[in-house]
Design a protein around this ligand. Structure first.
Ligand code: SF4
Length: 136
């Protein structure tokens, strides 16, 4: 399986049919397939351009409920080293900066250990915040 090679004189978007609604770049592997999204006569989503089924799944997720992984560093009282943290699952893209804002308002103290749950229900979504390093 080989990825289509774009014409050097055209942007990747020029590979998409003119009636496509949007183009999603699949991030499932380094191939980075461009998935063209259209709607059928009944309004159903149609996908083309992916080299494997994961591309359609990724494109559907992107147009219906896009999410992003969230990792960041936050200060801890009494520590000169910031704490690396991550959410327990990817967060809705539309709320990404709201999550960041709430996470950076947390007031934490040592000791903290890798895997500790630092907040259980960010923005009422049920998504938790986990420590990804230890600060004794
Ligand atoms: S569609 Fe499949 S081959 Fe293409 S980037 Fe996504 S995971 Fe990789």
């Amino acid at each position: 399986m080989s990825k289509p090679t774009p014409d050097a004189n055209h942007s990747p978007d020029s590979l998409v049919s003119p009636d496509s609604l949007t183009t999603i770049t699949c991030t499932g592997c380094p191939m980075g397939c461009l998935v063209s999204v259209t709607q059928g006569p009944g309004g159903e989503w149609q996908f083309s351009g992916a080299q494997c089924p994961r591309g359609d799944i990724h494109a559907r997720q992107e147009i219906t409920h896009p999410v992003r992984p969230l990792t960041t560093l936050i200060p801890v009282r009494g520590s000169r080293i910031p704490l690396s943290v991550k959410t327990s699952q990817p967060v809705p893209k539309a709320l990404f900066w709201d999550f960041v804002d709430q996470i950076h308002r947390l007031e934490l103290e040592r000791p903290i250990h890798t895997g500790d749950i630092l907040a259980e229900n960010l923005l009422g979504t049920g998504i938790a915040l986990l420590a990804t390093r230890t600060l004794d």
